[in-house]
Write a protein that binds this ligand. Structure first.
Ligand code: ARG
Length: 466
């Protein structure tokens, strides 16, 4: 049992208590961040005259040595330490002697862990944005190649009006673009350094918190030491944004599953992203899409858990907050995996364009346009609606579609119909005449695609690295 705080105690911690309290099994994930934060801290302490140059050099050398040794496998992070902070400090002192004991001057594990988590989340916010950007790129490609791929648009999962595959994909582009922007917002709001807050009330050492913050790439130091160690809003915001990403992925997956079904046959998921059945030789199942849909639950679970953990905690730090880690790490890993797999699945998916167009032809998706045609000939919309309703009923009875009726059949229902009806209700004109901003017509879509391209070319991620 390696602890940082034995002095005040006369008895050893009970083994079960020690295990219950320890966090090394999961906060070892914060190893890199812990080293990075400690280096910034001692560089600042030396600048402020709290540590000598030799002490600072020894500590920095010791810390980078530990980092190298862990990364190449020479040094193992073992469970004999209470947490990652104890592991680093104990190893440092073993390496460089007494100077190592000065690392923790003007710092508490409370502001240390707050910093480690912030550095970790900040990095993952960027990773998530990068993965979203890959997905947006694939979506854009599918859009550009499918401006004339007609398909039914649905409401209530009933065929409604014809759209294009490009337009349908564009809806997801919008969703994931909002997710992408959410990452930027979270990054900007969270980017203040808690180090120097101490346990809760700052410290009497002459720390230069602005300097530490700048060394670690923060906008500046956080402004209230109690809030600095008690704040986990950025984790909640990130988990909330990740939950939204999963909600979008899950909806998309549901559509892919429907489209991939034998009945729809709109798409075929690539063999590399499908699985078979152990008993039914003919099966090719959309397991990846189903799993992504299923894993949405655990990410929502993480968000609910952290909100619940935080809701009754008095200021400032309380050990409850150690519960922020496992679920957050799990949610991050889950979303990362889902985004990468989904992007791969989408990029390799085959779209059966003819099946989509045939389906759009069949389901009276041009009925609204037929009614609009009559309105154009002077029939009031409500009457036109009734006439086309009767026309649809007639078609259902004859198992045909509006486009396939003869002029006589049409005239029998309304004398207003003329030859130009056929063009008016063709799939092509139904789509191409929809040209308002955001509509599926090619002209409208091309403009929007231009905006999306520009968005990706000037992504905020690029600014981040400049
Ligand atoms: N393992 C702790 C956590 O994750 C680190 C902070 C411990 N601070 C303390 N005063 N016990 O929150």
């Amino acid at each position: 049992m390696a602890q940082l705080w034995g002095g005040r105690f006369t008895k050893e911690t009970d083994r079960l208590v020690y295990n219950f309290n320890a966090s090394i099994s999961f906060d070892r994930k914060l190893f890199e961040e812990d080293i990075e934060g400690s280096i910034a801290h001692v560089v600042m302490l030396e600048k402020q005259g709290v540590l000598s140059e030799e002490e600072k050099n020894a500590i920095v050398k010791g810390l980078t040595g530990i980092r190298e040794d862990v990364n190449c496998g020479k040094l193992e992070i073992t469970e004999e330490y209470e947490d990652i902070h104890s592991f680093v400090e104990a190893n440092l002192t073993e390496r460089i002697g007494d100077a190592g004991k000065k690392l923790h001057t003007g710092r508490s594990r409370n502001d240390q862990v707050a910093l480690d988590m912030k550095l970790y989340i900040r990095k993952e916010v960027i990773h998530t944005a990068e993965e979203l950007e890959e997905l947006l790129g694939v979506l854009l490609e599918v859009m550009e190649g499918n401006l004339d791929t007609y398909m039914p648009g649905f409401t209530h999962l009933q065929k409604a009006q014809p759209v294009t595959l490009a337009h349908h994909m564009g809806a997801y582009f919008e969703m994931f673009r909002r997710d992408h922007l959410r990452m930027r917002d979270i990054y900007a709001r969270m980017n203040y350094c808690p180090l120097g807050a101490g346990a809760l009330a700052g410290t009497t050492y002459p720390l230069d918190r602005r300097y530490t913050a700048s060394l670690l790439g923060f906008e500046g130091p956080s402004l209230n030491s109690m809030d600095s160690v008690a704040d986990r809003d950025y984790i909640i915001e990130f988990l909330s944004a990740l939950s939204t990403v999963m909600m979008h992925l899950s909806r998309f997956c549901e559509e892919v599953i429907i489209w991939n079904s034998n009945e729809y046959h709109f798409v075929e998921i690539d063999d590399a992203y499908s699985t078979g059945s152990s008993i039914m030789p003919q099966k090719k199942n959309p397991d990846i899409a189903e799993l992504v849909r299923g894993k949405t639950g655990r990410v929502y679970g993480a968000l609910t858990a952290i909100l619940t953990v935080m809701k009754g905690i008095p200021l400032a730090y309380n050990k409850d907050m150690q519960e922020d880690k496992e679920l957050t790490f799990d949610a991050i890993d889950t979303v990362k995996g889902c985004l990468a797999l989904f992007t791969g699945m989408l990029g390799t998916m085959k779209f059966h364009k003819e099946a989509m167009a045939a389906s759009a032809m069949k389901g009276f998706t041009n009925a609204t346009d037929a009614a609009d045609y009559l309105v154009g000939k002077g029939v009031p919309f409500r009457d036109a609606h009734g006439i086309i309703g009767r026309l649809v009923l007639y078609c259902i009875d004859k198992n045909t579609c509006i486009d396939a009726l003869s002029m006589e059949e049409l005239k029998a229902i309304s004398p207003v119909f003329e030859e130009d009806i056929y063009d008016a209700v063709s799939l092509k004109s139904c789509v191409e005449r929809r040209l308002t901003i955001g509509a599926p017509g090619r002209g409208a879509m091309e403009k929007v695609i231009g905006i999306y391209k520009e968005y990706l070319d000037n992504s905020w991620l690029k600014e981040q690295y400049n």
